[in-house]
Design a protein. Structure first.
Length: 292
C-alpha cells in the first residue's frame, strides 16, 4: 500500500489543530461535493480522498497512529502487541524488533514473507471499515432508525439527532473479522449532510431570511413563518427596518446527544418594496412624501 499524505490532501501542516483540520475539510468538501460537481469523476475522487483524510486526522487516536505508523496506521496496535509479546518471550536477550522485523511483521500479516508457528497463533484485531452515509439536513433533525449494508451484512443503527456534516461515529465490532480469534474491527461512518432547505445551519443555530411587505414593516402586524418544528406566528413591531434580526430561542437545531436541547433560529427581515404601483397608489405615496 502506497503512503498517502493526508495532511497534504487537506492542505494543512502536520502541527495543525483540530479546528484547522475541521475548517480545511469543510472548505474542500463544499468545493468538491458531488452535488456541486455532477458527473465530474475527478471531483468525485477528490471528494473521497478528502473524506478519507478527514476520517483519520479528525480522530485524535487515529491521527496519533497515522503519525507514528504511516500507511500501516490501522494495524499499528497489532504490531505493538506483537512486539510486546516478543519482548516478553525473549526478555533475557533484551532484543527489540529491528526495521527488518517490522517489515516482516506486516508482510506476514498481509501475505508473503516469513511466518512462524508462534506468530501465526497471535491474535489480531480485524480491519476497521469506513463508510459514508448521505443524508439531507431535515433527516437529522430527529433521531431515527436506518439500515446500513456493509459487505452484504445489514446493520441496524439509530441516526442521532443533531449529527453534523463530516462527523464520524464508531460502531464497535462491525469491521473485519479478527485473526486467530482476535476481536473484530470497528466500523467508522462519516456523515455527508446536504441542505435543501431555506435554512442555513451553523452549529446548533439556524438562520433564515423572511420577506416583509412595506406596509407590515411600517405599521406592524402578525406573520406566520415555517420552522423545523412547524409554523410559528411572529409579531412584527411598527417601523421595522430592513436587515433587522429576531431570535427565536429553542427553534434551532437539536444539540447532538443532548435530549430536549436546541439551538436558536435567527431571522433576518428583508423589506420588499412594492412595484407596479397604480396611479392612485403613486398619488398616495406622493402625499405621504409631502407630509414628511
Amino acid at each position: 500500500m502506497a503512503f498517502i499524505d493526508y495532511y497534504k490532501i487537506l492542505g494543512v501542516e502536520k502541527n495543525a489543530t483540530e479546528k484547522d483540520i475541521k475548517n480545511a475539510y469543510r472548505k474542500l468538501a463544499r468545493k468538491y461535493h458531488p452535488d456541486v460537481n455532477p458527473d465530474n469523476k475527478e471531483a468525485e475522487q477528490k471528494f473521497k480522498e478528502i473524506n478519507e483524510a478527514n476520517e483519520v486526522l479528525s480522530d485524535p487516536e487515529n491521527r496519533k497512529k497515522y503519525d507514528k505508523y504511516g500507511k500501516d496506521w490501522q494495524h499499528g496496535e497489532e504490531f505493538k502487541k506483537a512486539q510486546q509479546q516478543r519482548q516478553a518471550h525473549y526478555q533475557s536477550r533484551r532484543q527489540d524488533y529491528s526495521d527488518t522485523d517490522y517489515s516482516d511483521f506486516f508482510e506476514s500479516l498481509f501475505g508473503g514473507g516469513r511466518t512462524s508457528s508462534r506468530r501465526s497463533q497471535a491474535r489480531f484485531k480485524g480491519q476497521d471499515f469506513n463508510a459514508e452515509m448521505h443524508l439531507d439536513l431535515k433527516d437529522v433533525y430527529r433521531s431515527h432508525p436506518r439500515i446500513l449494508t456493509i459487505n452484504d451484512e445489514k446493520i441496524r443503527l439509530t441516526i442521532p439527532a443533531g449529527v453534523e456534516n463530516g462527523q464520524v461515529i464508531k460502531i464497535a465490532g462491525k469491521g473485519g473479522k479478527g485473526l486467530n480469534g482476535g476481536p473484530n474491527g470497528d466500523l467508522y461512518i462519516t456523515f455527508i449532510i446536504t441542505n435543501h432547505t431555506h435554512f442555513k445551519r451553523d452549529g446548533n443555530n439556524l438562520y433564515t431570511t423572511i420577506d416583509l411587505d412595506l406596509y407590515t414593516a411600517l405599521l406592524g402586524g402578525t406573520i406566520t413563518i415555517d420552522t423545523f418544528d412547524g409554523k410559528v406566528k411572529l409579531q412584527i413591531k411598527p417601523e421595522t427596518l430592513n436587515g433587522t434580526k429576531s431570535k427565536l430561542k429553542g427553534k434551532g437545531f437539536p444539540v447532538y446527544k443532548k435530549e430536549g436541547q436546541f439551538g436558536d433560529l435567527i431571522i433576518t427581515y428583508h423589506i420588499k418594496i412594492p412595484t407596479h404601483l397604480s396611479e392612485k397608489e403613486k398619488a398616495l405615496f406622493k402625499e405621504l412624501q409631502n407630509l414628511r
